[in-house]
Design a protein around this ligand. Sequence first.
Ligand code: CP3
Length: 362
Amino acid sequence: MLNANAQAASAVEVESGSSRFIRACLRQPVDRTPVWFLRQAGRYMPEYMAVRKHHSLLDICRTPEIAAEVTITAAERLGVDAAIIFADLLLPFTPMGLDFEFVAGEGPQVHTPVRSLEQVEALRTDRADELGYVARAIEKVSAHFAGPRADGDTLGIIGFCGAPFTLASYMIEGGSSRNYIDTKKMMYSGGRAWPLLMEKLITVLVAFATQQVEAGADVIQIFDSWAGALSVTDYREYCLPATTELVQRVRALGVPVIYFGVDTASMLPAMRETGADVLGLDWRIPLSEGWKAVGPGCGVQGNLDPITLFAPQDVLKARVDEVLREAAGRSGHIFNLGHGIVPGTPVENVIEVVKWVKEFAL
Ligand code: CP3
């Protein structure tokens, strides 16, 4: 059952797709399954590491020329159907007034984690304009990929942002977490801090997504990477309303929304209630089972285990074929991994997967 919000969201008119990637997001028929990869421009790629030698991660994100170049290089090298803008989930923290850095080998670290109502109250929501460098990078990528490619299809351009829960977890824990104790303490406290934090994140994320869509993003992916840390009850009570509002307000911009999380097999029906056009599936659930849990009227993206990219090619090909057979050619499937490509992944295997998806016939 869709809730009232999701029904309202499904009434949002999203334009008909001009590329097979956008068409698949809208569950329209396509000539073949579109393919792209989570984290397709990361550290496994020598071209990225060459740029990374001279620039920090945040410098790359904040310099539109470099972010665009990294985005374009990855998409062209792999031959995928969509380019995800090179950026990071945590960029909105800076205009909100939270300092953070990426510490080599340890991931992101927020200098003063947000643990009290006073700290939530101090977060700014009026400076999202400062994130304009992401939109400038999207404009460059969009100009580069304007018009059809050799196969007659236009490459899709994906903008993205974090979901309220996943971003809140980084703000509150101060970095990656195992048990999300402080995040859940704030959630369960029943005080004003959690709802206010959700509200402030929505304000900034809607502004950020709007900039990206105006700059040429065809689709917005919302990463709720760590939503799987929640029970279905807690997800519904503390996260679904805020996420639904974000999804609806982004859809109202006229673009499809892909909503992605990891370890979410039990949560798919609840995630579906956000009204997202497509849900990202991780690899723990067979794709057909995941799609059944999602129900009709929603596409799915996924869901090859990213570590199969390290397997011998015959094993890898069998797994790719399995995902495609599970999807059975139904409209609304986008081939992807169940989570991001990890450092050390052989680039040639990623390129082979793209070829196999393109050649696959049921
Ligand atoms: O194609 C792409 O790779 C797009 C760019 C992209 C980055 N981050 C750049 C990046 C995307 C889509 C993200 C999203 C992101 N950022 C997520 C959600 C995606 C997911 O996998 O679930 C999350 C949780 C973050 C926060 C973040 N950024 C973490 C936890 C880390 C450290 C990870 C690690 O392995 O060290 C980052 C750093 C980061 N963001 C890197 C890249 C390429 C690697 C570090 C580097 O280049 O120095």
